[in-house]
Design a binder for this molecule. Structure first.
Ligand SMILES: NC(=O)c1ccc[n+]([C@@H]2O[C@H](COP(=O)([O-])OP(=O)(O)OC[C@H]3O[C@@H](n4cnc5c(N)ncnc54)[C@H](OP(=O)(O)O)[C@@H]3O)[C@@H](O)[C@H]2O)c1
Length: 314
C-alpha cells in the first residue's frame, strides 16, 4: 500500500464525501436474512441480496467492477462504492490497481469480513508455482490475508496448473471460493476432465446485447454461477440510450443502466458494473425496489444480438 499512501485522502474529505453519499442514498427495505452488507452498527445503506454458490458461500448479486480505474480515482471510487452499500469488489492482477482497491477498502473503514473481494490470476502468471506467487502478491497489494473469490482470468497458458494451486489454497482456507472466467461450455467440459473441485463461478461477458444463452443454460445445468462482466457493454451499441430499455424504464422511473442491472438480477446473473462517478455508483445499486414484468423480460430477451461487443479481446 506504499504507493497508495502517497495519494492518501484526508480523513475529513473522506467523511464529507461519505456524508454526501449517505444523503443521496435512500434507505431500502432489507432483503431477508441473506442480505450481504452493512452491519447493524453502521448506518443503513442499500443492501444487496446474495446467492449461495455451489460450495455454500454467499456472494452478493451485484458488485463493483474496477477495470480501467487507476490510482487515486480507483481508490476514491472503491471507497465511494463501499459507502453506497456495495460489498463485492472485483479486481484482477491485469488491472494493475489492486493496491488502490486495497487503499479504498481501508479508507472505507469497513470490516474485512463484511466484504467479498474477487481477484484473478492473469495468463502470464499461470501455472502451479507462478499462480501461488501471483496470489500472494495480490493479497499483499489488497491488504488482506484471504480472498473471497479467485478466478482464472482466461483459459490460456498453464491454467490447469493454476487450478491445482487454487484447489490447494482453497483447501487451506486462503480462498473462500475458486472459479473461472471467459470459459466457453466446451472449455469448461475439457477443464472438468482434470479439475477435482468444481468452479463456483464463471465470469463472462454478458449484457442485454450478448446474453450468452448457451453458457447460461450450461452453467445452470452444471451448478456453476454465471457472473456477468461489462453488464453495460461499456455503453457500446448505444446501451445507455437504447429506446427499448428507456421505454421500459419510464414505467418504473428507472434509467437504462438500472433496467439492465435489474434484468441481470432477475435472470440470476451476478453483475459487476464499474463507475467513477458517485451519481452512477448510487444509481447502479438502486435496483432492488422495482420488478420487471414477464413481458419486460421477454422484450429485453429480444435485444440479444448473440455477439460479443469486444471482438478484439479474445
Ligand atoms: N473477466 C474479464 O475478462 C473481465 C473483462 C472486462 C471486465 N471485467 C469486470 O467487469 C467490470 C465491469 O465491466 P467494465 O468496467 O468493462 O464496463 P461496464 O461496467 O459495462 O461499463 C462501464 C462504463 O459505464 C459507465 N457507466 C456506469 N454506470 C453508468 C450509468 N449509470 N449511466 C451511464 N454510464 C454509466 C462508466 O462511466 P462512468 O465512470 O462515467 O460512470 C463506464 O464508462 C469491470 O470493471 C471488471 O471488474 C472482467
Amino acid at each position: 500500500m506504499n504507493k497508495a499512501n502517497e495519494n492518501q485522502i484526508p480523513r475529513r474529505a473522506f467523511l464529507q464525501r461519505s456524508a454526501l453519499l449517505a444523503a443521496s442514498t435512500m434507505i431500502l427495505p432489507l432483503f431477508g436474512n441473506d442480505a450481504f452488507g452493512a452491519s447493524s452498527t453502521t448506518q443503513k445503506k442499500k443492501k444487496v441480496p446474495t446467492v449461495k454458490l455451489n460450495n455454500g458461500i454467499l456472494m452478493p448479486v451485484l458488485g463493483f467492477g474496477t477495470f480501467q480505474l487507476k490510482e487515486a480515482v480507483c481508490r476514491q471510487s472503491v471507497a465511494d462504492a463501499i459507502s453506497a452499500g456495495y460489498r463485492l469488489i472485483d479486481t484482477a492482477t491485469l488491472y494493475k490497481n489492486e493496491e488502490f482497491v486495497g487503499a479504498g477498502i481501508k479508507d472505507s473503514g469497513i470490516k474485512r469480513e463484511e466484504l467479498f473481494i474477487t481477484s484473478k490470476v492473469w495468463v502470464t502468471d499461470s501455472g502451479y508455482e507462478k499462480c501461488k506467487a501471483s496470489f500472494e502478491t495480490s493479497l499483499k497489494k489488497l491488504g488482506t490475508d484471504y480472498l473471497d473469490l479467485y478466478l482464472i482470468h482466461r483459459p490460456r497458458g498453464d491454467y490447469k496448473g493454476s487450478w491445482k494451486m487454487m484447489e490447494e489454497l482453497y483447501k487451506e482456507g486462503r480462498i473462500k471460493a475458486i472459479g473461472i472466467s471467459n470459459f466457453t461450455p466446451e472449455q469448461y467440459a475439457d477443464f472438468m476432465l482434470e479439475a477435482k473441485i468444481k468452479p463456483a463461478v464463471n465470469q463472462i461477458e454478458s449484457h442485454v446485447f450478448f446474453q450468452q444463452m448457451d453458457s447460461y443454460k450450461d452453467l445452470k445445468k452444471n451448478d456453476v454461477h454465471f457472473e456477468a462482466w461489462t453488464p453495460f457493454a461499456q455503453g457500446r451499441n448505444g446501451l445507455f440510450t437504447n429506446e427499448v430499455l428507456a421505454e421500459i424504464g419510464k414505467k418504473y422511473k428507472k434509467t437504462n443502466a438500472q433496467v439492465s442491472l435489474r434484468w441481470h438480477y432477475q435472470r440470476g446473473t451476478i453483475a459487476i458494473p464499474r463507475s467513477s462517478k458517485i451519481a452512477h455508483i448510487t444509481e447502479n445499486i438502486d435496483i432492488f425496489d422495482f420488478k420487471l414484468s414477464k413481458s419486460d423480460m421477454s422484450t429485453i430477451a429480444a435485444l440479444d444480438l448473440n455477439k460479443t461487443q469486444f471482438p478484439t479481446w479474445g
